[in-house]
Design a protein around this ligand. Structure first.
Ligand code: F6R
Length: 274
């Protein structure tokens, strides 16, 4: 796990975009996971945290450094029960924040289907979603935020570390936190979602978690330095072989091992000559 702490959220967005770009299969086939060439597959988080990162990726598209015309994007999660086209459904959010600015065709965006009205319908859509990810060859880079309660995707505290895409109930804390997207009305926030499981997230070849602001400091400390535990679903990143955690100063404020992260981020350049 690499923990990178930078002064501002704008710095976080820039560096995280570089880490995402470096994890995607390069057109020339020289990316880190290019033993078998395939079209890029991006795992997409919603919420506030990745917006700056998406804006940076859009700049890379404009500059010709990133081409997502053959890519696929898989959302982390979707609310259950919002009407099709609701502006806060994650499909609509991703069409707005990712597909248009990054020139990813809407038919290459995949979002868990939260339109089912029975547990059975939702469960079979979740299984289909897992099949879709597998058929695309798996996710190259999964972009992640973290909830103030440590949730990852909508895997709330108590979620199995091996879980797959399924229906979950949102915690009261998450519904309160997300009420800001629904005009401040907690009751308008759906009670359930379909979310990739923690096991699904762990299957991605690279994880890039971004967090900014002091409201995330406790969750970040628990995820990065706490025990690997279902009580903090974000801690599952410790189990991944290629996880990057990119933070601003405020989000990093409760990390105890900060000196080590900063020294590691400096690379070999500051090591004494043997
Ligand atoms: C989003 C998601 C959530 C958010 C988390 C943080 O698809 O699955 O885990 O990443 O709730 O949200 P923000 O970034 O709005 O603080």
């Amino acid at each position: 796990m690499e923990v990178i702490v930078l002064p501002t959220s704008a710095d976080v967005a820039r560096r995280a975009a570089d880490v995402v770009l470096a994890g995607l299969p390069a057109a020339s086939g020289t990316g880190p996971h290019d033993a078998e060439r395939h079209d890029p597959v991006l795992g997409l988080a919603t919420g506030s945290s990745p917006l700056g990162l998406y804006a940076e990726l859009a700049r890379a598209v404009e500059a010709g450094r990133l081409d997502l015309t053959r890519a696929r994007g898989f959302a982390l999660d979707e609310y259950v029960g919002l009407p099709a086209g609701h502006p806060e459904s994650y499909r609509e959010v991703l069409l707005r924040e990712v597909c248009r600015p990054l020139r990813l065709a809407p038919d290459r965006l995949f979002v868990p289907d939260g339109s089912g009205t029975t547990e059975r319908e939702l469960a079979s859509a979740a299984v289909e979603y897992e099949r879709g990810i597998a058929a695309a060859g798996g996710v190259d880079v999964q972009i992640l935020g973290i909830g103030a309660n440590g949730h990852l995707g909508f895997n709330e505290p108590g979620s199995s570390l091996a879980s797959r895409t399924r229906v979950k109930r949102l915690s009261d804390r998450t519904r309160r936190d997300n009420a800001r997207f629904f005009g401040g009305d907690v009751d308008a926030v759906p009670t359930h979602c379909v979310t990739q499981g923690l096991g699904t997230v762990l299957d991605a070849r690279r994880l890039v978690l971004v967090a900014s602001g002091q409201g995330k400091a406790a969750a970040v400390a628990a995820a990065v330095e706490g025990p690997l535990s279902a009580s903090c679903p974000g801690s599952v990143i410790q189990w991944h072989a290629e996880a990057f955690v990119v933070l601003d100063e405020a989000a990093a404020a409760r990390l105890r091992n900060r000196d080590y992260y900063d020294a590691s981020a400096a690379g070999l350049s500051e090591s004494p000559t043997p």
